[in-house]
Design a binder for this molecule. Structure first.
Ligand code: IMP
Ligand code: MG
Length: 189
């Protein structure tokens, strides 16, 4: 697996530092200047499966808030595709409540590319009437569709290249690489 890597784009230390920093920002924005001792509400995290799992696992341990996790699964890159084939919700892996009234929802995804996935998820959640809806992505690609899509938090801006690691896959593999990397071009069909 290590020999498949072309380049390390973001190393594990940099990821860890930035995830902690974003978690602090999310907390401050939600809780306000009075601090979390006086914050009585709760956060509903909605990770988009499967790519966000590592990011979410690291992020939530820096969120000193009362929170719950609800899952949504979206597929857009079947098999070895490296461009989106249109996003659809996979109901069997989704456990969203039908009513989100009063909930402060934070959607988490691994990467913002065409924006189709986040648009679908945000439209779906908005219909369930949340008290607030924010979005956070680990990576945002340097392409017009991604840059134009409004997100509340983006940890890193990266070049418009296909990347894997830290949860991101190619054909289901490489999610366990601890860094964000590009693959040797001959491995990608
Ligand atoms: P979008 O719907 O085009 O914005 O794509 C978002 C989804 O596509 C992400 O949740 C990822 O699962 C996947 N994706 C987009 N770019 C990459 C990449 O470079 N590597 C791995 N997965 C990607
Ligand atoms: Mg994904």
């Amino acid at each position: 697996m290590q020999s498949d890597i072309a380049q390390i784009l973001i190393d594990r230390t940099t990821i860890a530092q930035r995830v902690e920093q974003i978690a602090k920002q999310i907390t401050t924005d939600l809780v306000g200047p009075e601090g979390h001792e006086n914050f009585r509400e709760e956060l509903t995290l909605v990770p988009i499966l499967t790519g966000s799992i590592i990011f979410v696992a690291d992020l939530i341990r820096h969120l000193p808030l009362r929170l719950r996790i609800r899952l949504i699964s979206v597929t857009s890159y079947p098999g070895t595709a490296t461009t989106s084939k249109g996003a659809t919700i996979e109901q069997s892996l989704t456990n969203l409540p039908t009513d989100l009234s009063g909930a402060h929802v934070l959607v988490l995804d691994d990467i913002l590319d065409s924006g189709q996935t986040l648009r679908l998820v945000c439209d779906t959640l908005q219909k369930r009437n949340p008290a607030s809806l924010r979005t956070c992505v680990l990576l945002r690609k340097d392409r017009p569709e991604a840059q134009a899509f409004p997100v509340d938090y983006a940890c890193f801006d990266i070049p418009d290249a296909f990347v894997v690691g830290y949860g991101l896959d190619y054909d289901g593999y490489y999610r366990n690489l601890p860094e964000i990397v590009t693959l040797r071009p001959e491995l990608i069909r």
